[in-house]
Design a protein around this ligand. Structure first.
Ligand SMILES: [Zn+2]
Length: 318
């Protein structure tokens, strides 16, 4: 399946290029309906219950983007309360939350890769358990208490189960979300049982504290989208705000804060913050924000850049 905003479907403009220019404001976007893709797919989006609402009976208006006159219910499409013609309403820059959803549908994020890597780690653990139990059995089973043998079997089984669930998670099997919480509980019980009594309280507290984090991760918007589960428009918007709203300004600020500890990063953070600030355009669709973060990034990175420059000057002219 093709991504919804590949250049060949929407001309040369990607979803992140929303500079208002005369060309795009000109009426008559009807000519652009063709590259939108198969009619059935278009109809699906138009019929989507959450995002678009048909205009009311007797209501007449014009498309907010191209100015096309809209005559009836089937003529228009409302996106976040604003009325568009059906051609404009399904554009990735207009219905940017839908485009965001589509871009993450079935896509692995950092957490999925991390959980995928725990499969390798668990497999390694299972091999270690197998190797050490082989050493143990090699010297004869007679002297070994049955409790020790069951401990090895249990540990190996938990690691193999973790590996299997993590692989399923990585492959996007829907049950694996719950399954991963299950193997977490198994890991905790196994660690609890095998810990010395003095450590058990610590294991219990650590587990109780990490369970909400785990639930937060597997319930995250991007995880749900990876597993192809529906996500409310409000959740999409919240996730879009974090990851897609002027990421340059966000990363610039984070780098600027880091540069307070590592001053040579200052100039790079300053450059990113300036680019981030230049991109701010609350009137664009989608709106580009984070003005304050960009300015804060410029302030902090200027400080660390000044420190770097001073240090360099001292080195050169000493
Ligand atoms: Zn239009």
């Amino acid at each position: 399946m093709r991504a919804p905003f590949e250049p060949n479907r929407f001309g040369e403009r990607g979803m992140h290029d929303f500079t208002p220019d005369a060309e795009r404001q000109r009426p008559g976007c009807g000519a652009e309906t063709e590259p939108h893709g198969p009619q059935s797919e278009l109809a699906d989006i138009v019929a989507r219950p959450d995002g678009g609402k048909a205009i009311g009976v007797g209501e007449t208006d014009t498309c907010a983007r191209c100015g096309t006159f809209l005559r009836g219910e089937a003529d228009g499409l409302r996106v976040d309360g604003v009325l568009y013609c059906t051609a404009c309403g399904v554009r990735p820059d207009v219905d940017y939350l839908e485009a965001y959803r589509a871009s993450l549908w079935g896509k692995r994020d950092g957490w999925v890769w991390f959980i995928g890597l725990t499969a390798l780690y668990s497999l390694l653990q299972a091999l270690v358990v197998a190797a050490s139990s082989r050493l143990l059995v090699g010297s004869g089973l007679d002297g070994i208490p049955s409790e020790t043998i069951w401990r090895f079997v249990g540990r190996g089984a938990v690691e193999l189960a973790t590996c299997a669930v993590a692989v399923a998670y990585f492959l996007g099997r829907p049950w694996a979300r719950l399954g991963f919480v299950g193997v977490f509980a198994m890991q905790v019980s196994s660690t609890f049982v095998t810990s010395p009594p003095g450590m058990r309280g610590f294991v219990l507290v650590a587990s109780v504290l990490s369970l909400p984090v785990l639930l937060f991760i597997v319930n995250g918007t991007r995880q749900r989208l990876f597993f192809k589960l529906e996500v409310s428009r409000a959740k999409l918007k919240a996730s879009w705000e974090v990851y897609a709203n002027n990421p340059m300004a966000r990363q610039g600020l984070m780098l600027a804060l880091l540069s307070l500890a590592v001053p040579p990063l200052g100039p790079l953070a300053l450059g990113m913050s300036i680019v981030g600030l230049r991109r701010v355009d609350p009137a664009a669709r989608p709106p580009i924000g984070r003005k304050r973060q960009a300015i804060a990034g410029m302030v902090f990175s200027s400080l660390s850049s000044a420190v770097s420059a001073g240090w360099l000057a001292l080195k050169l002219f000493k």
